[in-house]
Ligand binder design. Structure first.
Ligand SMILES: [Zn+2]
Length: 348
């Protein structure tokens, strides 16, 4: 199976938080024939089930990507937007975007002053998102309306996935379409005794929302979130922990300094033991910022033992995220092998 082709389709699809429809349809078409049942719940999560025994294991990866929402259209036709999800404002300047309307995608650009007319102090200043605007080429507010753009229209980055060097890829929304692609591949190939629930969640980037409701309805015995994590192996990063590209999936011990999740010991052991047994390279992660769907899942009902497997990624939450395909395939392998032996770790 060609992983790059799958990643390319998923990363190039557009699905801002709350507007994951295109991504959901794509996943559904990729996974349907391997599932005993598949459904979209009321929140919009896509849940595919592969029937096994009475034990339940849940894999979660989020479909949504960060973006913007149109909040105001100016008389001259410029759009003002609000960020949806965690952007660093300087990433946004001069990017090409798509504004999504009921009639399709409209191209736009985040404009900004050229250096020629900037004052010295302006050049040193960080530009705030509220001072930015999207230019869709319209001459007036009326023309914007004719294009089908309205208050609430979602905006996403226009950037296609590309290969980078021998083993790496770069693009937008690798967070978390790489996780989505991995879960699709795992679901297709897995031979797990327990009943497997592959959940493609909505609105992770704005508060882990889909994970919360789907975990409640499924009530799994254990859960694993599959996401990307912050790699720290590039210039200018000074932290005491190293997460490197190419050194294997990251298994989370704790994230957000323990305020996110402290991985359940059984799930942590399942992942580590499986990696050791199968000689799959891995890195242990203790994160201080950022969290995943597992944070919401593990606090559902009376508590659901949960853990996280992540693909290390550089420049997360930019249109030029980078991962290593070796880490991606080792993530798939680690999950497939872990599912085969997960019931041993369900004694609590
Ligand atoms: Zn993510």
């Amino acid at each position: 199976m060609n992983s790059f082709a799958l990643l390319e389709k998923l990363c190039n699809a557009h699905g801002m938080s709350g507007y994951e429809d295109e991504v959901r349809e794509l996943i559904s078409s990729e996974i349907e024939e391997f599932a005993d049942s598949i459904k979209t719940d009321r929140m919009g999560n896509l849940i595919a089930v592969k029937k096994g025994d009475e034990k339940k294991v849940m894999l979660a990866s989020h479909m949504d990507e960060i973006g913007f929402m149109v909040k105001h259209v100016e008389e001259k036709g410029f759009l003002r937007v609000t960020p949806i999800g965690g952007w660093f404002s300087q990433t946004i300047l001069n990017q090409r975007v798509f504004v999504h309307t009921k009639d399709g995608k409209v191209t736009g650009v985040f404009g900004c002053k050229p250096p020629h007319i900037m004052k010295d102090e302006e050049r040193k200043k960080v530009v705030k998102v509220e001072d930015m605007f999207v230019d869709v080429g319209a001459e007036s507010k009326d023309e914007v309306e004719e294009m089908g753009i309205e208050i609430g229209s979602p905006v996403t980055m226009d950037r296609e996935l590309s290969r980078l060097g021998k083993n790496r890829i770069t693009g937008k929304a690798i967070d978390d379409r790489a996780g989505v692609a991995a879960v699709i591949e795992v679901f297709r190939e897995s031979e797990c005794d327990a009943t497997l629930y592959a959940v493609f969640t909505v609105q992770e980037e704005v508060g882990l929302k889909g994970a919360r409701t789907s975990a409640f309805s499924i009530n799994p015995d254990i859960a694993i979130a599959v996401d990307v994590c912050v790699a720290t192996d590039f210039p200018g990063v000074s932290v005491n922990q190293e997460i490197n590209l190419g050194k294997g999936p990251a298994i989370t011990v704790a994230d957000a300094s323990g305020r996110g999740i402290i991985a359940h010991r059984n799930v942590l052991n399942l992942l580590r033991d499986t990696a050791e047994k199968n000689k799959i390279p891995y890195q242990l992660e203790v994160g201080e910022g950022g969290t995943t769907d597992a944070t919401a899942i593990h606090l559902t009902r009376e508590g659901i033992p949960s853990g996280v497997v992540s693909i290390p990624a550089r420049y997360i939450h930019t249109p030029v995220e980078v991962i290593d395909l070796k880490d991606y395939s080792n993530t798939v392998k680690l999950l497939i092998k872990s599912l085969e032996r997960c019931e041993k770790y369900m004694k609590f």
